[in-house]
Structure formats: C-alpha cells, structure tokens
Design a protein around this ligand. Sequence first.
Ligand code: A3P
Length: 279
Amino acid sequence: RPPVILLSRKLYPSAARRLPQAIIMGVRKCGTRALLEMLYLHPMVQKAAGEVHFFDRDDNYNKGLEWYRMQMPHSYPGQITIEKSPSYFVTPEVPERIRAMNASVKLLLIVREPVTRAISDYTQLRANAATASPVLPTSSSKTFEQLVLHPNGSINEGYRPLAISVYHHYLHRWLEVFTREQILVVNGDLLIEDPVSQIQRIESFLGLEPRIGTHNFYFNETKGFYCLRNETTDRCLRETKGRKHPRVNPKVLSKLRKYFGEHNQKFYDLIGEDLGWPE
Ligand code: A3P
C-alpha cells in the first residue's frame, strides 16, 4: 500500500497527508507499539512513522499544524491516519491542544495492570542506562525493590515508573476536555493474550469494517508473544518489545498491589469499568 501511493501520485491524486483522526495517547509500556502495528494490518489504516511528539513538545507544537500534517503518511480518502506518542497521556497541555485541532478526534488509551507496567518501565530504563554507559557494572544499578521503597519501607510515590501507573491522576484532565465516548480504554494485558478480540473492538470503535482476524496472528514460542501478518508483512515486534522482567520480591509485589488498590478503584470509577486488577 504505501509504496503504491508514493509511486503513483499522478494515478491517485487523492492520496494526501492528512491530520490523524485517531491518536494512541498512552500509556507508555502498555503495548502502544503493538496496538499501532496491529491496527496497521487493516487496509484502511495508515500510521505515522515513529513517535511524532507534536502536542507534548513545545518546540514541535510551535511549528504549527501544517508541520504536524507533514509528519503524517499519505492516505486515501476514507482511510484513517493514526499516530502514537505515549507521553501525551501524562503531559498537562496535551488534551486541550488536541481538542483545538479536532474536538471529535478518537482517542485510544491502552493500560496494563499498574505494577506490571511499572516493572516494564523499570526494565526499559535499566536497559537504556546500560546502553548509554556500558562500562558501568550492572550490579551498580539499583534493583526495582530499592527504587520503589524508601529505606524505611514506605512506598516511594515519587518514583516515576510508579507515578505514571496512577492512571486516574492523568485521565481526569482528559475527561475535562473530551467525552468519555471519545476515549476507548484498551486492556493491554488482554492485547497480549488475545489480540484478535481486542483489535475487533477497536475496529468497531474506529468505524472500520471488520477485517482483522485470527489469520493475522500466530504465536511465536521463542518470543513468547503473538507476531503479525497480512498480504504484505510477516513479522514480530522488535526485541525491545517483550523484554524479560526481573523477578520481584513477592512481599514488595503485594505491598505495591495493595497501594494501587485505591488508585485503581478511582480509575475504574472514571472509566465506568472494573478491570479486575489484583490487590
Ligand atoms: P515488555 O517489554 O515489558 O514485555 P510499549 O510499546 O508501549 O512500549 O509497550 C511495550 C509492551 O508491549 C511490552 O512490554 C509487551 O509486553 C507489550 N506487547 C503487547 N503485545 C506485544 C506483542 N505482540 N509483541 C511484543 N510485545 C507486546
């Protein structure tokens, strides 16, 4: 599809770069990349390359909407353009800025059980730090347990991977600007286990004809995740997606799950749905 569009602008004059009609607003480490790539299996979906970071970075936002549009892929009329920038979710200015572009945009919010998300975030930060300074021995980096708890055993709420998992702190701002119906909450843990059922819900939310099915996925035992295929692609996500997590002390895990209990309830109240996360 994209090569045809690019090579044949004369044959298809209606192909153009269009502002996104749908945005994956976050949350980081909840499967934002998997979600975008899975939706891109649909013939009526086009996706922005990389993360555009238009609404959350002032230097990009100040370049204006025309700059943003130029970051989008070519699409045909009727196709949906989607971009994902997970940090939109936690950046205060973003909801109002998106509304100013298009008050009826469709928003996808993918979440995971908050403690699992925090461990995934920690795992990524540690991997990035190891790449940035490979001479530091890995033993010098702090464990997850050391970072989430203060020396006196209380929870270090300021630790960013924990703070980002307190979803209601951020979501309420979005609901001041957008209607609940405009935001689809996607369960990232279910997207891992059963991508088809989740993607079919999203097709319907986006007003797309149902096209994605079991033929688009196969489980890769080595990777431990589903991989994707259609007429033009057959691939798994990169090795930075689906990392092995460190083992976390079960006592710390249960302490964290208890801490999130109240926050999760506030999140369920906001979205009007109980996601059944363990306490
Ligand atoms: P882990 O690497 O911690 O397992 P994001 O793209 O927002 O950074 O999210 C990354 C997460 O996507 C991964 O976290 C992984 O669990 C999840 N994921 C969901 N479906 C996946 C798939 N089919 N292949 C690989 N990772 C997937």
